[in-house]
Every structure is written in structure tokens, then in C-alpha cells.
Ligand binder design. Structure first.
Ligand code: URA
Ligand code: ZN
Length: 366
């Protein structure tokens, strides 16, 4: 596709490259891929809440998950010029420690090569060998600078096992800051199944996806803010999935709770050098526009700024339930929200659709 002055860029779009699919097929506990007789079609089971005996166990997994040509077809159908692809959850979080380095190298090389098949149209967020420990992770971060199409890394919320406020993660955040690689923070684990109640199986995947995911992200970032990560690593850049979960909406409440906390005051944590939640939202955080409504998107824009929101689709998740061909409602809803919030044809709309991503992720150089 010819390069346009104002490209449409999808920064939230996933792949499971063929080698990852093979790994999943070799497993029988989450995450795994298998068929459930009498049906012979393969299903992908990645969330604890979906690994139950019910009609909604996992989800069908077809070539749109692993065939890069399907990604390009999807992009063409939806007028997307550039995609920044990322391994889908749960990444390499579950890989045994001694296999982590090799697994990450293999996946990152494979994804980088897939991007090279469509130069200018595909870039990627890499995956870190989290279970391998600090030295292995920092080594892979250094190696990523040599991979032509890598523009950041995708990260879940567990970090090294204790969450993202773990002091052990600081050297890793520092290495990412120094390498100028932003973190695309994405949920996977949700909330404990007990919060969904006894009837959870009656409700398909709605509760964990609609509420568990965004709350997981909100909690993870709030813990980072409370632990002082953004003062210690002041230029760390993060792109938050799903418009930051509920962070834009709750920022005022979080900030007020901080300001009124006697424990934090007694510990001397409310002094001058503190970055407020609003400071962090405006200097360290970018938000994708995968929130499916103008109301949520306006909150994101007000919280971080119209120069910090970026279009995304979450492809290949949320396809139409009926085989329709053509455009996906989940994508069109996000396009409509951007248009409604920023005005059709405005320069702010063009920035959210692609300009911001090109600037922040340096997508002009291939
Ligand atoms: N979107 C994702 O990225 N992952 C899921 O598991 C579901 C939706
Ligand atoms: Zn996603």
C-alpha cells in the first residue's frame, strides 16, 4: 500500500507465531490448544476463567492467530496502513526459567522476520524472557536494539512474579528507559475467579474480559505509581492497553486517597518530589483507544492528552460471532469513538488514528 501522509496505525494487534502455536499444542494445562471431542476444531484456552466444562471453554483458533497474511488481509479490510504486532497473552510468563532466554530469542526473531515480509506495514513489540531472571531479561533488551522492526516490548502485570511494584524490576525498567523501548502493558490474569460468583459460568467470558482485564491494568499501574517507579525511572514510557483500564476515570480518586493517607505522610512520601497520578498520565503514559465508546475515550484524552492516545483493534480477538466477512464491529466501534470524541477529519483525529503512533514509535524508519 502506498505510504500516505497520515497513516492509520493499529498499535494493539496480536499474533501467536507458528512456533508459539506448536508450543501451546504440546501442552495440557493453561495455556494450551486442543480439540474437545466430538468436535475436531481446535480451541485456545488461555484464561483460568475459561478453562471450565462449559460451552464457552476457550475460543476457536484459526489462521488469523498465526498466519501473518491474515493480519495483512484484516488490515486491508479495515484501512489500516501499519500494525505494531505483539505476541498475545500469556506471552512467555509460563516458560520454565532455563528455557526462557531461548524461547524469547526464537519468538522475537520470528516476529521480526514476519515484519520483514511486509516492510513498512509491520512493526512489533517484543516479548521478554521474564521467568529467566534479571540478567537474561536485560541481555534480551540489549539484543532487541539489533532487531530492525522492534519498537518496544509487551508486558503482563506479574513482572518477576510479584507484580510491577517489585524493586527487583527497577534495573529492567531502567534498561528499557535507556534503550528507549516503551512498554505496552497488557492484562491477562484478571481478578481472582471468586469475585465472579457462583454463576460465573452462565456469563461466558464477559466478566473477566470486560472487568477483570481493565481492573488488572489499573491495579498494576497504581501499584507502580505508589512504589515510586516513575520517580526512580523518570523517563519510562508505557502504553496502556484498553485506554488504561479504568485509570483515567479513577485518577482523581487515587490521587485523593494518596493525599489523604496518613501512612504515606508519616513515611515522607507526600513531599515535593512526588509525581502525581496526573503527572504520570501526562508524561509517562500513552493510552490505546481500545475502549469501544466515546465516553471512555474522552476520559482517556482528558487524562493523558490528545497527543497520547493511539488507535488499536485487539485483532484477532473479538471477531464477529457470525461468519460475515467484511468489517468487524469491534473495530468500527473504536473508529466511531475516535471520530466522535475528536471530530471527523480533524488533525486530532488523524493523530489518534496514526500520527501519535508514528511519532512515539518512530514508524517512519523501516
Ligand atoms: N484480548 C486479548 O488481548 N487477549 C485475550 O485473551 C482476550 C482479548
Ligand atoms: Zn490485546
Amino acid at each position: 500500500m502506498a505510504e500516505t501522509k497520515s497513516p492509520i496505525v493499529d498499535i494493539h494487534t496480536h499474533v501467536y507465531p507458528p512456533s508459539y502455536i506448536a508450543l501451546l499444542k504440546s501442552r495440557s494445562s493453561i495455556p494450551y490448544i486442543r480439540s474437545f471431542p466430538p468436535s475436531s476444531s481446535l480451541r485456545l484456552v488461555i484464561l483460568p476463567a475459561e478453562d471450565t466444562e462449559s460451552t464457552s471453554r476457550g475460543r476457536p483458533v484459526g489462521p488469523e492467530y498465526y498466519d501473518i497474511k491474515k493480519k495483512i488481509e484484516f488490515m486491508d479490510t479495515h484501512s489500516i496502513d501499519i500494525s505494531v504486532i505483539s505476541l498475545a497473552n500469556p506471552w512467555l510468563d509460563w516458560v520454565p526459567a532455563d528455557q526462557a532466554a531461548k524461547a524469547a530469542e526464537g519468538i522475537n526473531d520470528e516476529v521480526n522476520e514476519e515484519c520483514g515480509k511486509f516492510p513498512g506495514r509491520l512493526f512489533a513489540f517484543a516479548t521478554l524472557p521474564l521467568s529467566g531472571g534479571k540478567d537474561v531479561i536485560v541481555k534480551e533488551i540489549a539484543r532487541l536494539k539489533e532487531l530492525k522492526y522492534m519498537r518496544g516490548i509487551i508486558l503482563g502485570t506479574t513482572g518477576l512474579g510479584k507484580g510491577l511494584d517489585d524493586p527487583e524490576l527497577l534495573p529492567i525498567f531502567q534498561a528499557l528507559q535507556d534503550a528507549k523501548l516503551p512498554i505496552f502493558l497488557h492484562p491477562h490474569y484478571g481478578l481472582p475467579s471468586s469475585v465472579w460468583g457462583e454463576r460465573a459460568n452462565d456469563y461466558g467470558h464477559v466478566l473477566p474480559l470486560a472487568l477483570g482485564f481493565p481492573l488488572e491494568t489499573t491495579i498494576a499501574v497504581t501499584r507502580m505509581i505508589l512504589s515510586g517507579v516513575f520517580e526512580t525511572v523518570p523517563d519510562l514510557q508505557m502504553i496502556l492497553a484498553h485506554s488504561g483500564g479504568t485509570l483515567p476515570f479513577l485518577a482523581g480518586r487515587i490521587e485523593s486517597c494518596i493525599e489523604h493517607d496518613a501512612h504515606l505522610k508519616a513515611e515522607g512520601k507526600l513531599g515535593k518530589g512526588r509525581k502525581t497520578v496526573w503527572d504520570v498520565l501526562k508524561t509517562n503514559i500513552y493510552l490505546d483507544a481500545v475502549v469501544y465508546s466515546e465516553v471512555g475515550l474522552k476520559a482517556a484524552i482528558q487524562a493523558s492528552g490528545e497527543d497520547r492516545v493511539m488507535f488499536g483493534t485487539d485483532h484477532p480477538f473479538f471477531p464477529p460471532l457470525e461468519e460475515e466477512g467484511g468489517k468487524w464491529a469491534s473495530v468500527e466501534t473504536n473508529y466511531e469513538a475516535i471520530k466522535g470524541a475528536l471530530g471527523g477529519g480533524s488533525k486530532e483525529e488523524r493523530a489518534a488514528l496514526g500520527g501519535n503512533a508514528v511519532r512515539v514509535l518512530n514508524l517512519n524508519s523501516k
